[in-house]
Design a protein around this ligand. Structure first.
Ligand SMILES: [Zn+2]
Length: 237
């Protein structure tokens, strides 16, 4: 059976996290990278990564939550990252459908700097703000995180090569990407060494069928693609 890694999921949103994990394991999902929906889930993310060695985690303030920043959130974030050296930073970024882009940029920037300071990869959420994200990343070009995972990548396919080389970016594709009219074009434009797969939810059992859909788009054997994606994801755990 092929092995899979869900590169960006929200296991804590499952009604029963242990069951969600074992259901996914039965489908061959061997590891998970779990992101918090809100800072209220940070401690639970840490606990989950301690409970299961194959669950990796991210901590960060999502652009949807920047208007309700917890007090001293940067100090709390730094403290948790120091105590948990494998945790990444995320998901952080910008979303055009949410208010106050300048404040979103400020919080994104603060967390990018933390990711660089502790040498952690970043899970990036970007909806409709790729021009600003590229500007912010370029301004941080001497203090970039070691890699960036563009979760549910929805940017311009013509920017992919540049994003991969300048910012060491990886690109995850999930259910929303695969039903989007430009999803296939983006997947085809992504270097094979940079493709990852995500559920972006609490149900990682969808991963094998997502890889199978991607293999049809790429006209590849599903087993070969699942091995490639597995190895790509291991690079950034
Ligand atoms: Zn997410």
């Amino acid at each position: 059976m092929s092995k899979y890694i869900d590169a960006h999921c929200h296991l804590l949103d499952a009604p029963n996290v242990d069951l969600a994990i074992s259901n996914a394991q039965e489908k061959g999902v061997a590891a998970f990278v779990c992101a918090p929906a809100t800072p209220a889930q940070w401690d639970a993310i840490v606990d989950l990564t301690h409970k299961y060695p194959f669950v990796f985690g991210t901590l960060g303030v999502h652009p949807w939550n920047v208007c309700e920043l917890p007090q001293k959130y940067i100090t709390v974030l730094e403290d948790l990252l120091i105590k948990n050296p494998k945790l990444m930073v995320g998901e952080i970024g910008l979303d055009k459908n949410r208010p106050d882009i300048p404040h979103q940029v400020h919080v994104f920037n603060e967390q990018l700097k933390i990711a660089h300071k502790y040498s952690r990869g970043v899970h990036l959420h970007c909806v409709g703000c790729w021009d600003i994200v590229m500007r912010v990343l370029s301004e941080n070009k001497n203090t970039l995180p070691p890699f960036i995972l563009a979760h549910g990548f929805s940017g311009n396919k013509n920017d992919i090569a540049r994003l991969a080389t300048e910012f060491n970016m990886y690109f995850t594709y999930g259910p929303r990407n695969l039903c989007h009219q430009h999803g296939a074009t983006r997947i085809l434009a992504t270097p094979q060494s940079r493709i990852l797969v995500e559920s972006d939810g609490a149900d990682s059992t969808v991963i094998p069928s997502l890889v199978s859909q991607m293999s049809e788009i790429l006209n590849m054997e599903t087993d070969i693609l699942s091995d490639i994606i597995y190895e790509n994801t291991k690079q950034i755990l």
